[in-house]
Design a binder for this molecule. Structure first.
Ligand SMILES: NC(=O)c1ccc[n+]([C@@H]2O[C@H](COP(=O)([O-])OP(=O)(O)OC[C@H]3O[C@@H](n4cnc5c(N)ncnc54)[C@H](OP(=O)(O)O)[C@@H]3O)[C@@H](O)[C@H]2O)c1
Length: 320
């Protein structure tokens, strides 16, 4: 099968498209013929081995796993002996941070996959797993958002942010969203009640108070969380020093601030699938790349200015 592979840490240029052996089915896994992927900041963090501490997980001197890629959607070809919930021919989507998704086939644990609702496109569903699960877990699992509460979402136009705005509205919250001025109408159309352009208003001096602050961009200071929020969730990071300073201050403060690494599970993927099916959330795909241009897609999202998501397709190769 065709797959992108890497043998050393580096930028998208270290990825090579080559013929490799098709993965063999394992007992708790499903073998999926990949139809589409999406790109996430995790892809280039893992590709570059940055921040450095990530190498303790992904390989100290060179990457442990050859094939990169986390988000995928496709058709089940084979199921492992212990898998009961899927059968060959099912359309599924899922994610695996161990990689393997930027290939014609992926052998993925069944417990990080869910069924695609009828009539929904693969590239739409491939755009959901990491960003959608992160938004859902930030708001609901860690943020404990309740209907009628107010939430500020800092970084609301990217992958995680654009899902967070829509999920918070679906949960019955009042949403204030922070993004660049150029994306103001985009975020308003996602359903935000109020949009604050960070390049026109200094968020570090914003005075409103919210029940929950979600920081997907990671540039808020500890003082910003305390001034604007009653509780907070730190999702993204701008640099390690800043993140460590926010977390260190939270150890000595009574302010309830959560930081987490999102992990896919069937229940959360099914919630997201149902939100899509019931048109409570929509995926905005800014750009679609053919699979041969996966390195270009990774390079594209490294600028961290993506509006919604970037998808990659293995069939029906059209560019949006
Ligand atoms: N904790 C976890 O488990 C987890 C999981 C997934 C992702 N993440 C992290 O979450 C972050 C976001 O991921 P993503 O997939 O949403 O990335 P993305 O799609 O690249 O979105 C990045 C967004 O950041 C916004 N942004 C840039 N500068 C900003 C500023 N000064 N203030 C507010 N927003 C700003 C951009 O919006 P404008 O263009 O409008 O400026 C852009 O939409 C990344 O750091 C990623 O590593 C963490």
């Amino acid at each position: 099968m065709k797959a992108f592979t890497k043998n050393k840490y580096g930028g998208p240029e270290v990825l090579q498209l080559e013929e490799v052996e098709k993965p063999k089915i394992q007992d708790d896994h499903i073998l999926v013929k990949v139809e589409a992927n999406s790109a996430n900041p995790a892809d280039w963090h893992i590709l570059r081995g940055k921040p450095f501490f990530a190498r303790f997980t992904f390989g100290l001197f060179k990457p442990k796993d050859k094939i990169p890629g986390a988000d995928f959607a496709g058709i089940v070809e084979e199921v492992g002996n212990n898998v009961k919930q899927f059968k060959p021919g099912d359309r599924v989507f899922g994610e695996t941070l161990k990689g393997g998704a930027f290939a014609e086939y992926i052998c993925a644990p069944a417990n990080v996959c869910a069924i695609i609702p009828d009539g929904i496109d693969s590239k739409v569903m491939a755009s959901i797993p990491i960003a959608g699960v992160t938004a859902l877990q930030a708001l609901i699992t860690h943020g404990k958002l309740k209907a009628g509460e107010t939430v500020l979402i800092n970084g609301s136009s990217g992958g995680v942010g654009h899902f967070a705005v829509q999920i918070a509205k679906a949960w019955g919250a009042r949403v204030s969203a922070v993004c660049s001025d150029k994306n103001l109408d985009f975020v308003k159309n996602l359903g935000a009640d109020e949009v604050i352009p960070y390049d026109k208003e200094n968020i570090h001096q914003h005075k409103e108070k919210y029940d929950l602050i979600i920081d997907t961009n990671g540039n808020l200071n500890h003082e910003d969380f305390v001034r604007m929020g009653r509780r907070g969730v730190l999702v993204g990071f701008t640099n390690m020093g800043h993140m460590m300073s926010v977390l260190l201050k939270s150890v000595f403060s009574k302010f309830p601030l959560a930081q987490f690494t999102a992990e896919a599970n069937i229940k959360d993927l099914e919630i997201l699938a149902s939100l899509i099916q019931n048109e409570k959330i929509k995926v905005h795909i800014e750009k679609t790349f053919p699979y041969k241009n996966i390195p270009e897609a990774i390079g594209y999202i490294e600028a961290m200015r993506t509006k919604g998501k970037v998808a990659m397709v293995w069939e029906g190769l059209e560019e949006d």
